[in-house]
Design a protein around this ligand. Structure first.
Ligand SMILES: Nc1ncnc2c1ncn2[C@@H]1O[C@H](COP(=O)(O)OP(=O)(O)O)[C@@H](O)[C@H]1O
Ligand SMILES: [Mg+2]
Length: 231
């Protein structure tokens, strides 16, 4: 991407983020930024195109309007980030790095999730999940065969659990319905079993999924789902 092209993004991003994007682009990771597809609490999601015309996801953690106190609360007990200073940029960069590392780990475990491509500072690049358009979230597109879909979701939670991981922020917002198959996204909260908060996060994940499908009318019990995972 040329410096001139980047000038058009002045005002959209702060200068630091703009430089980070320019560096990632200069390394050849992407050529053209497209429009934002999501504005979240802490990050904005854009699609981008590579030189070859392949679509990617660019997740940009906002440096200014990001509740880094909340992020710090969560990352503080992660054994992989012990000793992290409570400094806005340091916390946000660690958060971004953690999501990248989590994506590598879960992909190694064969969990259906976006392939991580690169990260730098507050910017993460990952595989685009979708066909022409981004795959819909589970909450926006209920599966045609809910029981089968839930079984696959439980299998994924089990797989994560067997690899000593839990998603940490699992909900119908962070599961995509990609051609009727679940793909988990948003692994920034994902943590390992040696985190003292692992149990709490694991149970929260499973309860959220249980409550969602229960409300939709599936005949399930929390105990049975738990049994299935620990089997
Ligand atoms: N890899 C991806 N492929 C397609 N869509 C994505 C991808 N990652 C994120 N999205 C879309 O962007 C939204 C926000 O991304 P997410 O990582 O969940 O960030 P946050 O919830 O922190 O704002 C998702 O709900 C989804 O609609
Ligand atoms: Mg999300």
């Amino acid at each position: 991407m040329t410096k001139e092209k980047f000038k058009t993004y002045e005002g959209v991003f702060d200068n630091f983020t703009l430089r980070t994007l320019f560096e990632l682009s200069s390394k050849g990771h992407f050529e053209d930024l497209e429009s934002p597809i999501s504005i979240g609490k802490e990050s904005n999601i854009f699609t981008a195109l590579t030189k070859q015309g392949k679509r990617l996801i660019i997740k940009i953690y906002r440096l200014e309007t990001c509740d880094f106190n909340r992020l710090y609360e969560y990352i503080q007990t992660d054994p992989r980030f012990l000793g992290l200073k409570k400094n806005r940029r340091k916390v946000i960069f660690a958060w971004c790095q953690r999501e990248y590392r989590n994506l590598l780990n879960v992909r190694d475990a064969n969990v259906p999730a976006p392939i991580p491509i690169a990260f730098k500072n507050n910017v993460l690049i990952e595989e685009f999940i979708g066909n022409q358009n981004p795959a819909p979230k589970l909450k926006d597109q209920y599966p045609q065969k809910p029981k089968e879909f839930l079984n696959q979701v439980i299998k994924i939670i089990k797989n994560l659990y067997q690899h000593n991981l839990t998603h940490g922020d699992l909900s119908a917002f962070n599961i995509l319905n990609h051609n009727e198959k679940p793909v988990f996204i948003d692994f920034s909260h994902t943590t390992t079993k040696d985190n003292p908060r692992f149990r709490e996060l694991f149970e929260r994940d499973l309860k959220t999924i249980f409550n969602y499908f229960k409300k939709k009318g599936l005949k399930i019990t929390y105990e049975n789902l738990l049994k299935e995972i620990k089997k």
